[in-house]
Write a protein that binds this ligand. Structure first.
Ligand code: DGL
Length: 288
């Protein structure tokens, strides 16, 4: 098969050429289980694509680490996917997208590399009624300014407040997405941004773990704010990119799971996302 040449810089705007009838898998990567929200959304949109999901549970969380560390981890993941012959890598982690998407593209010019930040920012810029946007994300994503820049570029008058919510990652990894602890954390981190005269009107879930907290966030914040899931927006973008090139139905529809540690724990959660794989799907443990 011919080597795929992709202009990654244009990947967000333009359909990619040369994917047609390309049965190679799509690699989906996150620090842990959060990226399963993206993989599940991708599966719904592209049921025949083969997906490889890699959770770097050995090095979770990414959100509290330095940019250069997360970049190194993302490059390790990219090398793994390249060794498994993927046609596209989705950084299903906002923190890795914020720090590393450009570097991964530079290192792998023949690989389509998509992050989840631009797609989430685009949706927030379009859907926020009054342009008062709160981005809930990891410390690293907030510090990087990636969402603030991406939203400002699309809707300059918007005010963007990035709120680090590190405990949300732990709650999701522990399966504590509902109940008094999750609600208390949601109130503490976010409620005051959605009250009063200058209340925000849009909440971006800028971490792929956070969609699992969406019912709790809705309960705590009420029906008013728009909820934007960067995980969902990122999956949409990947699906559009592939569908536009007629490659959407070329794989065998399988999903293969890989983790750098804690395979049993990961398998239990993955089984809930992909019931067709059974309660404890097979997980291959890999070293990056
Ligand atoms: N799911 C990841 C994200 O979207 C980060 C979680 C972590 O801190 O590892 O940012």
């Amino acid at each position: 098969m011919e080597r795929l040449i992709v202009d990654n810089a244009a990947a967000c705007q333009a359909p990619l050429p040369a994917f047609a009838d390309d049965p190679r898998p799509i690699g989906v990567f996150d620090s842990g289980i959060g990226g399963l929200t993206v993989a599940a959304a991708l599966r719904r949109r592209l049921p025949a694509e083969t997906l490889l999901y890699l959770g770097d549970l050995a090095r979770l969380p990414y959100g509290t680490k330095e940019a250069r560390t997360v970049t190194r981890y993302a490059l390790n993941a990219a090398a793994f996917f390249v060794s498994r012959g993927v046609k596209m890598m989705v950084l299903a982690c906002n923190t890795a997208s914020a720090h590393a998407v450009e570097v991964v593209r530079r290192h792998h010019p023949g690989l389509a590399v998509l992050g989840v930040i631009d797609a989430g920012a685009e949706r927030a810029a379009a859907q926020s009624p009054g342009g008062r946007i709160v981005v809930a994300a990891t410390e690293g994503t907030c510090r990087s300014g990636a969402f603030q820049r991406a939203i400002a570029g699309r809707r300059p008058p918007a005010t963007v407040t990035a709120v680090p919510c590190p405990m949300f990652v732990a709650l999701v990894e522990e399966g504590l997405t509902e109940g008094p602890i999750a609600e208390a954390m949601a109130r503490q981190y976010l409620l005051h941004h959605f009250r009063g005269e200058h209340a925000a009107d849009c909440l971006v879930l800028g971490c792929t773990h956070f969609p699992l907290l969406a019912p709790t966030l809705r309960k705590v914040l009420g029906p008013a704010p728009q909820l934007v899931l960067s995980a969902d927006a990122g999956a949409d973008q990947a699906a559009r990119t592939l569908a536009a090139t007629a490659a959407a139905a070329s794989g065998d529809g399988a999903i293969h799971l890989f983790a750098t540690d804690a395979a049993d724990r990961f398998a239990a959660v993955a089984g809930r996302f992909f019931p067709a794989l059974g309660e404890r799907p097979a997980v291959e443990v890999v070293d990056l």
